[in-house]
Design a protein around this ligand. Structure first.
Ligand code: PMV
Length: 328
């Protein structure tokens, strides 16, 4: 098999830190239902363990300090503005839910590092938040209920994106593929056959909020856009049945349908379209953008023996980084 070179952002370079409290979360992929999930439809998502976020808590010098690789400014528990504000909110919320009075705390330093590129639809903000909450609960020796984790992380996501269905926090803290519907506990999808996925980065970056807004504006003014969103909303249940039946050709066809619908809503880019088409030409069962769109990644479902060719074709179509993952 023609194995693609592992690009820099995919290499997991952070050693597990030696710290009294640490937490971790993965990147994520959405196989069906992004955007439709905001309006109450189900989505299918899965963690992407090739990419991780780490948080670790160590004794500090003064108060509670939160620092993240890539950001020069630190946050404190009082921080309510700036890029680390959602993490400060998550820390405040976690401490309150554990019944810990921040005033009585010894000085702490919460550090974060992530290999998940931001703005690429891979769940980077949700993963750092989930890692931070897990680290704090682990540091203080409290068991962390998955529902509480989901609530804290979704609140923080709402600060980052203006709104969040909660699919990202659910997927980055899951151990396998899930069906997710807003307001409900994630439902694991049992697989009897492995999914071989090639994930290719377009190198294009786009924040989630403007894409969510774009869809809202489109469905408000154009009944055709509403129809497209409704059609996207029924893909996830069909995909779940195909996954459970191990009908991967059908799963791929549904991924193609999803990409076409997302493209009709103006969420794809010429490069994403070219990469998805290249994957199909190389023998993938299906390929689609994953996440809010406007850039980010294409995920392709492929027969195992075609994974190398699919990766190579997507690189030739302009992918800046490609990785292969298998679920489970
Ligand atoms: O933040 P992203 O790009 O991974 O997308 C999240 C999925 C959306 O459906 C677009 C938004 C949401 O809150 O569900």
């Amino acid at each position: 098999m023609n194995t693609p070179q592992e690009p820099e952002w995919l290499a997991f370079t952070e050693a597990q830190p030696e710290a009294p409290g640490d937490g971790r979360a993965f990147g994520k992929l959405i196989l069906a239902g992004e955007h439709a999930v905001v309006y109450g439809h189900p989505a299918i998502a899965a963690p992407l363990p090739a990419l991780s976020a780490l948080a670790w808590v160590v004794p500090g010098e003064e108060g509670v300090r939160i620092t993240s690789e890539g950001y020069s400014e630190a946050a404190t528990l009082e921080t309510r503005q700036g890029p680390l504000a959602p993490l400060a909110e998550a820390a405040r919320d976690a401490l309150a839910r554990m019944g810990i009075d921040p005033v009585a705390l010894p000085p702490l330093h919460i550090q974060l590092a992530s290999t998940i590129p931001a703005g690429s639809g891979l769940g980077s903000s949700a993963a750092v938040t989930v890692a931070l909450v897990r680290a704090l609960y682990q540091f203080f020796g409290f068991p962390l209920d998955p529902t509480i984790l989901q609530e804290i992380a979704t609140e923080a996501e709402c600060i980052v994106h203006g709104t969040s269905s909660g699919v990202d926090p659910a997927a980055v803290s899951a151990t396998g593929p899930i069906r997710f519907r807003k307001g409900e506990a994630p439902h694991p999808i049992p697989l009897t056959t492995s999914l071989h996925l090639v994930v290719a980065d377009s190198g294009e970056r786009c924040a989630t909020a403007p894409m969510v807004r774009k869809v809202r504006e489109a469905i408000e003014r154009d009944p055709e856009a509403q129809k497209t969103l409704d059609a996207l909303g029924v893909i996830a249940p069909r995909m779940e049945s195909a996954l459970v039946a191990s009908d991967l050709a059908a799963v791929g066809t549904l991924m193609n349908e999803a990409h076409a619908g997302l493209a009709r809503l103006g969420l794809s880019t010429p490069k994403l379209d070219a990469m998805a088409q290249a994957a199909r030409n190389a023998g993938a069962w299906g390929a689609k953008l994953s996440g809010s769109g406007g850039g980010g990644v294409i995920v392709a479902l492929t027969p195992r023996e075609k994974a190398g060719a699919v990766a190579q074709q997507m690189q030739e179509a302009g992918a800046t980084a490609v990785t292969y993952t298998r679920i489970p």
